[in-house]
Design a protein around this ligand. Structure first.
Ligand code: F3S
Length: 63
């Protein structure tokens, strides 16, 4: 699985980083999320799927 955060949609709600802190990191200044690594380890895939569902801005996508 690969994960992407659409920077134009992310509004810094931080839910993704609370659900999958090993996958998403938050910018110190604006709080926007980026993937630590776009290639998601297999043991993190369920958390990433939950983050996708939880993001209010629907900014997270996987492929
Ligand atoms: Fe951004 Fe959604 Fe995470 S708005 S900080 S990608 S929960």
């Amino acid at each position: 699985m690969k994960v992407n955060v659409d920077a134009g949609r992310c509004q810094g709600h931080t839910l993704c980083a609370m659900i999958a802190p090993d996958v998403f990191e938050l910018d110190d200044v604006d709080g926007h999320a980026t993937p630590v690594d776009p290639n998601v380890p297999a043991d993190q895939e369920r958390k990433v799927a939950e983050a996708v569902r939880s993001c209010p801005e629907r900014a997270i996508s996987t492929s």
